[in-house]
Structure formats: C-alpha cells, structure tokens
Design a protein around this ligand. Structure first.
Ligand SMILES: [Zn+2]
Length: 510
C-alpha cells in the first residue's frame, strides 16, 4: 500500500511538499494526518492542574477522549536538543546533538567558532548539518509535512517551514535578548494562527509545531506564573481551531492530534556560573559562550538549559581521552565540582560503554551498557537511588527508574555519555540551582536540563486511545510513522504506541 502511495506521489511530483500529494493527485480525502504540538517546557503536573481547573477545555476534552500520559524526555532536557526524539525517534546524543552547546574535539567546527557549537539564536542554523546523516527525520519519510519552530528541519522544504526566515529569527532574537516575555506570547499566537491556516489550506500528512511561550515565560516568571497559564491557553485555542476545522471537513476521526512537551521546569534560587568558577576562580583558561575568542583554552564549559553542563578537559586532544586517562590530573577538579551545592550528579564516561555516576552524599556507581542491555552497579553507594540493576533491557531499565527521582536515568546517562561529542565531565544541577548567570539577558527564575524528575517528565495528550502505554518521547516518532502507514526505520530508540490501523483505514477509504 505504501509503495503505491509513494509512487503515485512521486508521479504527482509532490513528494515531500507541504500539500498531501496523493490527495491532490487522486482527489482523495487526505490520509490520516498526524499533528504534534509541542507545549515546550510544560511539566505534566502543571498542565494537569490547569486542565483540572477548567482553564484548558479543549485539551481536557482530548485527554478525556484519548488519554493523557506522562513520558520521559531525553537528557539533556533542553529545547531543540530534546526535539530529536519527536522528529528522529532517537536520543539526541546518539545523532550528534549532545547539548545546546558542545565542544568539537575533532575540529570539524572551524577555529573561527572556537571549535564549539551553540544553538542559541543564529547558531540554530547549524543543527541540521550536525545531525547523523544515516538517521532519517520524519520530514524525510512523510509525503508532506509542515514544521513550525521545529529546530530540526532536514527534509522539510523551505516553503513548509514556519518561523525559519531571517525576519522571524531576528524577531525571536530581539525578543530573547530584550527578555520580552509578552513578545514570546505574541509569537506563540502568530505561530498558532499560521499553523491553523496552513493545516486548513494544505492538509499536510505530518505537522510538527513548537510553542515556546510556556518555556520562555517559565524562565522569566517561574513555572507557576500567570503568563505561563496564558501561553497554555494559546495552545488550547490552537487545539480548538484545528479540531473545529477537522470536524467541519469530516476528518477529525482520522486525525491524530498529540500535545507533548520536551522537558519540565523547576524554580531556581541560585546560579553557580561554571564558566566564571572554572575560569576566574580556579584559573583555568576557559572556553565558554558567548565570548569564545582567543586561543590556548584548557577547559570548555558548555551549559544547556541551564541545569546541565558538559565540561571538556585538555582541549588540545583531538580524540576523546575518557576519564581513566584524565583522572590523574583532574580528579581534584571533579571532587571540587561535586562538593558544590549546585551539583547533584557528576557523570564520568570511562569507555563508550561504561560510565561512572557520583552524588555528593550518596556515593558512586558504574553504569555499563551493551547492545540494549543496561547494568547499574553501586561502587560505594547508590547515587541514583534505584538499587542494583543487572542486564536490563530498555523497558526494564525504564521501569527500574521511572518512580525514582531520576526517571529513565540509566538509559539517558548511558546514551549521552556514549556520544562522541559529550564532555569528559557531565553535570546535572541540584534543585534550586543552575550553571549560568553572567550573560543571560533575563534572570532565570526557573530552569531545566537536569536529570531529576521535575525536568525529565513530560505530558503527552492524545486524541485516540493508545495501544500500549507511551514511555519516552522517542516513542512519538515511530508512533507517527505507524499512524501514517510509513515503514519504521531500523535503529530507533523508541517504539510505537499506536497500531497501524490507520493505514488499514486508508486502504478501505481508497
Ligand atoms: Zn528553556
């Protein structure tokens, strides 16, 4: 069936456009669209509370009809990077996005950028070229797509992108650097209007639209602030309009509409600016954004979200050294970092398949992993508080951690530490703390990026009942493909929570 659709689409000349090609070619009803709206930064309990309070009637209606689930995101739990699961079905470190900022030992990034990446502002344009070439995006697999603030855009034609033009980027940059909270709410409303219009006009198969207002207002006012609720209501209005249009067109029953978040949020009272600490207090020549000029750096501090950081040591090395080779010189630095109130977990990759985790008052443990099997052995303590885990598969590793303070930490730490682009020391911040202060345009009252549950849990609202419980945000992409009747590629980190019944419905419709 799929082959027929693809070849027809090809002859119609519309594959990978914004308009469903088969629809226009055969004048058929559009095939089972999947529409994903990202409520960026919405914590499940906050969203549930707003729904229970009656503030989001259309989201509540969806949840009542289909369901509301809590899933885990990927580490680092940070915008853009944590969209990788939705669009590629893979963890970000596995496809080349270890964080919002990272240092490139291989020197693939040029010296004029100090061999370092930051996806903040204009830097976002580098995301697509940094992605593993052999890991397809859903945009490359679906016949027709629409993306709004998708961050990852590979396979998405320019005409099918909302919020990628120079004018939009400069508007977003101005809003960011002015710390203009209301500006973000206005951007959400404009994006919503345009998404609704384009879905109505083009009926794309796959839609991915990110709404950043909840995240931006949370940083500025706290996650329980009234602008956050306003941003949630904007999203609820978009849900209402999409539903209304689909019902009027007689397509609602065939439409999959999912609302999901990429990370949570938690209050920050203290900032421990790691770049200032390592550079100015400890005296290492330190590379950190935004000022990356100069040479001869010894240490790179690359912060995400701002409650997560990669720290790279001995930058002159072109090949990743791993902790056993670094420990003789840097053990004191690791110990000093761990002694800080800001640091909750300190992660030290020993080999691509073995990583040590330390917590200040809970000792250390070793995670080893190989071919989908995860083991967690306490060394002199239990930093994750989950007890020993031996040879667990992906599902068991999830079950072993999901009720702890570090949901899915075994799998997330293993995959991020294995990324060739990861740091030599990875830090997850303690509650109440983050790792950046000096160059933030607004004081952060709330943060994300860490491994604890306030940051790692995300809501998933679906309008049709699921076949099996969704676990991770990486399950979203294979589920979307299943709903679209597109073959699911090998090597994904997630699994589908919907049946392929959608495809059968299309056959009978055809
Ligand atoms: Zn954020």
């Amino acid at each position: 069936m799929r082959n027929t659709r693809m070849s027809l689409a090809y002859h119609a000349g519309g594959r990978n456009g914004c308009t469903s090609p088969l629809t226009s070619y055969l004048a058929l009803p559009p095939p089972l669209p999947v529409i994903i709206l990202v409520a960026d930064g919405a914590r499940p309990d906050t969203l549930r509370a707003a729904m229970a309070g009656g503030a989001l009637p259309h989201l509540s209606q969806l949840a009542a009809e289909g369901g509301m689930h809590t899933v885990t995101t990927a580490w680092p739990s940070v915008t853009g990077v944590a969209y990788t699961p939705f669009l590629m079905g893979r963890f970000p470190g596995s496809v080349g996005l270890p964080g919002l900022r990272w240092f490139d030992r291989s020197r693939g990034i040029g010296p004029w950028m100090a061999y370092a990446r930051s996806y903040v502002g204009w830097g976002m344009r580098h995301v697509d070229r940094d992605l593993a070439i052999d890991a397809p995006t859903v945009f490359e697999l679906a016949d027709s797509s629409l993306g709004a603030l998708a961050v990852i855009g590979r396979g998405l034609p320019h005409a099918c992108r909302i919020g990628r033009g120079a004018r939009f980027v400069s508007r977003a940059a101005t809003t960011h650097f002015r710390g203009d909270v209301r500006g973000w709410l206005a951007i959400d409303r404009d994006i919503g209007r345009e998404v609704v219009r384009r879905v109505r006009r083009d009926a794309p198969e796959f839609v991915f639209a990110a709404f950043t207002g909840i995240d931006k207002t949370s940083h500025a006012t706290g996650h329980d602030g009234s602008p956050v609720r306003e941003a949630m209501r904007t999203l609820d209005d978009v849900v209402a309009e999409i539903r209304h249009d689909a019902e009027r067109a007689g397509r609602w029953e065939q439409t999959h509409l999912w609302i999901v978040s990429d990370h949570g949020h938690s209050p920050v009272q203290h900032h421990d600016d790691l770049a200032v600490l390592v550079g100015e207090e400890w005296g290492f020549r330190t590379l950190a954004h935004p000022w990356t000029v100069g040479a001869g750096h010894e240490v790179a501090v690359m912060v995400s979200g701002n409650a997560m950081a990669h720290v790279y040591l001995e930058l002159e090395r072109r090949v990743r050294p791993f902790w056993p080779a670094l420990a003789p010189r840097w053990e004191g630095v690791a110990a000093s970092l761990l002694s800080r109130a800001s640091v909750d977990l300190l992660v030290l990759p020993h080999t691509p398949g073995m990583v040590e985790v330390r917590a200040r008052d809970r000792g250390s443990a070793m995670i080893s992993f190989d071919d989908g099997s995860y083991t967690y052995r306490p060394l002199d303590g239990d930093p994750l508080g989950i007890g020993a885990v031996e040879g667990a598969g992906g599902r068991e590793a999830y079950d072993a951690t999901v009720d702890s303070d570090y949901p899915d930490a075994l799998v997330q730490i293993a995959h991020l530490a294995a990324s060739p682009r990861a740091g030599d020391i990875l830090l997850s911040a303690a509650r109440g703390w983050d790792f950046r202060e000096r160059y933030e345009p607004i004081p952060h009252r709330s943060a994300h990026g860490a491994l604890h549950r306030d940051h790692m849990l995300a809501p998933l609202v679906v309008n049709h009942a699921v076949l099996q419980p969704p676990r991770r945000t990486v399950d979203v992409m294979p589920s979307a493909l299943a709903a679209l009747g597109v073959p699911i590629p090998d090597g994904l980190d997630g699994e589908s929570f919907v049946s392929e019944a959608g495809n059968l419905a299309l056959i009978s419709a055809g």
